[in-house]
Design a protein around this ligand. Structure first.
Ligand code: ADP
Ligand code: MG
Length: 267
């Protein structure tokens, strides 16, 4: 990584602790728009700590490093400012929000991004535009209209929650998207739909960081770069061949046990 040009989204020597225990031990990673990076690592290696720290989750303390994006140090911004700057995180464990429908939530999030504060009506999305915007991604994700009138994640299956995260991404059109184990808990058909939706969003304006335990989703979304995260450090970086190699040898090279059954979810 040394000597390369600065990326659009540049993570430099990021260190973070959770409850006074150091989990991230100096992560450096550059993601440019147009690129898809995958971070693979065993359970407990710090993958969610990385995504939550990047998004500004209050439970994670940054103890060192910087994250540069659009001339700002992301780490100095509030989570909502990070989101408005164009960073999106699809959570590993999306939360249930009873009483707020998906439609209301998506519209509100979108309006906030457009700078609509309830006053200047010309900035608000019209119902027609809103429907148009949702049509394609909902079709790809195989979500029917009834989703929109349901409360956020309330009674959603694991797969529905993950698809709802990707629908949000499709609506908000971030420039940097961090997907934390979006593939875990999905059956093989859902992985395909989710991958298809992400591939449709892929393009020169979007940088993606796919965080995953297994290489399976990478068969559908071809990454440009693959990084291996073990014990809070990136121990290897390369192209898609790194994922293929991990599929064979697991993380044993770094002292991590190989899962008993390859491809079996461990959660
Ligand atoms: P991964 O996503 O790679 O499975 P995590 O980042 O979730 O790993 O966790 C890394 C380590 O940090 C684990 O040892 C985990 O127990 C610890 N950890 C993460 N979040 C918390 C938390 N909120 N409270 C206590 N420990 C945590
Ligand atoms: Mg995790």
């Amino acid at each position: 990584m040394r000597g390369r040009n600065l990326a659009d989204f540049e993570i430099k020597d990021l260190r973070a602790t959770v409850e006074n225990r150091e989990i991230l031990k100096g992560i450096s990673l550059g993601i440019s728009r147009g690129q898809v990076h995958a971070v693979m690592g065993p359970n407990g290696s710090g993958k969610s700590t990385l995504s939550n720290t990047l998004m500004g989750h209050p439970g994670y303390q940054v103890t060192g490093g910087e994250v540069h994006f659009k001339g700002r140090n992301l780490l100095e911004l509030e989570p909502d400012e990070r989101a408005r700057l164009g960073v999106y995180l699809a959570f590993q464990y999306p939360t249930v929000v009873p009483g707020v429908t998906m439609a209301n939530f998506l519209r509100t999030a979108l309006n906030a991004k457009r700078g609509y504060d309830g006053k200047d009506k010309s900035k608000a999305i019209t119902p027609r535009e809103f429907r148009e915007l949702l049509k394609e991604p909902m079709r790809t994700l195989r979500m029917d209209d009834s989703f929109l009138s349901r409360y956020i994640n309330d009674g959603f299956s694991g797969g529905e929650k993950k698809r709802a995260e990707i629908l949000q991404m499709a609506v908000l059109k971030p420039e940097i998207a961090i997907l934390d184990e979006t593939d875990s808990g999905l059956d093989i058909d859902s992985i395909r739909f989710v991958a298809e939706a992400i591939n449709e969003m892929r393009g020169p304006d979007l940088g993606v960081l796919i965080i995953t335990h297994y290489s399976r989703i990478l068969e559908f979304i071809k990454p440009d770069f693959v990084h291996v995260l073990v014990h809070g450090q990136i121990v290897q970086s390369g192209g898609p061949e790194v994922a293929a190699q991990l599929e064979k040898s697991g993380y044993s090279e770094w002292g991590e046990p190989v899962p008993a059954v390859a491809g079996e979810e461990v959660t």
